[in-house]
Design a protein around this ligand. Structure first.
Ligand code: NAD
Length: 251
C-alpha cells in the first residue's frame, strides 16, 4: 500500500530539484503524477525515469505565470486520469540582491513566478476540486517565508506572501473539503542553490552553520513532507506552514 494510492497529483517545477524528487516519490507512493516545467528536456527525462521503475507519470510544458498553461494542465490531468486530487505548487526562482540593487524586472519576475504562479495554480485546481468535493494543496514557501534572510529581499517578500496566501486559501476552502498547506524548506542542495555554493565564497559553510542539525537538506526530505501533507494521513491539517529546515527557524 502506498501513501498516495489512487490519487492524481499535479506538480509544478518538476523537471529537477525538489519538484523532481516529489514527482518520483509521489509515483512510488502510488499516485498518478502529472508534472510540468519550462525545462522540457529535463522534464521528459524525469518522466522516463519514473516509467522505468513502473510509476505512472506524464510530463507537460507548464509555465506557471501563464493562465492558459494552468487551464490546459488541469484539463490534461482530468482528461487523462479522470480527476485531480493534489496540487503541489513547487516552481520557484531566487535572486541574490538587496533592496537598492533589485531592478523592477527582477521584482516582477520573482513575484510573477513565486507568487502569481501559486495563486493561478490554486485558482484552476480549486475550481476542479470544488466540482469533485475536495482535495489537498501544498505550496512551497521557505524558511524565507517565515523569517528574513539578508540579500534576497524580493525572494523573502514572495515567500512570506505564499505563506499568507496559503492561510487565506485554507480558510476560504476549509468548508469545501480542500486542505491548503505550505512546506517551508531550509537550505536544500538543488540546482537552485548549488551555483550559489559554488560561486559565493564561504556561503555553503555559513548556510550549514545556520542549521542546528549541522548540514544542508536533501530534495527527498522535502518530498517526504509534501507527500504526507498531500495524503489522507494529514486529514486534520490545514493552513499550516510546515518547516523542514533542520531547526533553522527554531533558534
Ligand atoms: P530548482 O531550481 O532545482 O527547481 C525549480 C524548478 O522550477 C526548475 O525546474 C525550474 O525550471 C522551475 N521553474 C522556474 N520557473 C518556472 C516557471 N515559470 N514555470 C514552471 N516552472 C518553473 O529549485 P529547488 O531548490 O528545487 O526549488 C523548488 C522550490 O523550493 C522553489 O519554490 C524554491 O523557492 C523553494 N525552496 C528551495 C530551497 C532550497 O534551498 N533549494 C529552500 C527553500 C525553498
Amino acid at each position: 500500500m502506498g501513501l498516495l494510492d489512487g490519487k492524481v497529483a499535479l506538480i509544478s517545477g518538476g523537471a529537477r530539484g525538489q519538484g523532481a524528487a516529489e514527482a518520483n516519490l509521489f509515483a512510488r507512493e502510488g499516485a498518478k503524477v502529472v508534472f510540468g516545467d519550462v525545462l522540457d528536456d529535463q522534464g521528459k527525462q524525469v518522466e522516463a525515469e519514473i516509467h522505468e521503475v513502473g510509476g505512472e507519470a506524464l510530463y507537460i510544458h507548464l509555465d506557471v505565470t501563464r493562465e492558459a498553461d494552468w487551464v490546459s494542465a488541469v484539463e490534461t490531468a482530468v482528461s487523462r486520469y479522470g480527476k485531480l486530487d493534489i496540487l503541489v505548487n513547487n516552481a520557484g526562482i531566487t535572486i541574490r540582491k538587496n533592496v537598492e540593487d533589485t531592478t523592477e524586472e527582477d521584482w516582477d519576475r520573482i513575484i510573477s513566478i513565486n507568487l502569481k504562479g501559486v495563486w493561478l495554480g490554486m485558482k484552476y485546481q480549486i475550481i476542479q476540486m470544488l466540482e469533485q468535493g475536495g482535495g489537498a494543496i501544498v505550496n512551497t514557501a521557505s524558511v524565507a517565508g517565515l523569517v528574513a534572510i539578508r540579500g534576497t529581499c524580493a525572494y523573502v517578500a514572495s515567500k512570506h506572501a505564499v505563506a499568507g496566501l496559503t492561510k487565506a486559501a485554507a480558510l476560504e476552502y476549509a468548508q469545501s473539503g480542500i486542505r491548503v498547506n505550505a512546506v517551508c524548506p531550509g537550505y536544500i542542495r538543488t540546482p537552485l542553490t548549488q551555483p550559489l555554493f559554488d560561486t559565493m565564497e564561504g556561503f555553503e559553510d555559513q548556510a550549514v552553520a545556520r542549521h542546528p542539525l549541522g548540514r544542508l537538506g536533501e530534495p527527498h526530505e522535502i518530498a517526504e513532507a509534501v507527500a504526507w501533507l498531500s495524503s489522507d494521513a494529514a486529514s486534520f491539517v490545514t493552513g499550516h506552514t510546515m518547516t523542514v529546515d533542520g531547526g533553522y527557524v527554531a533558534q
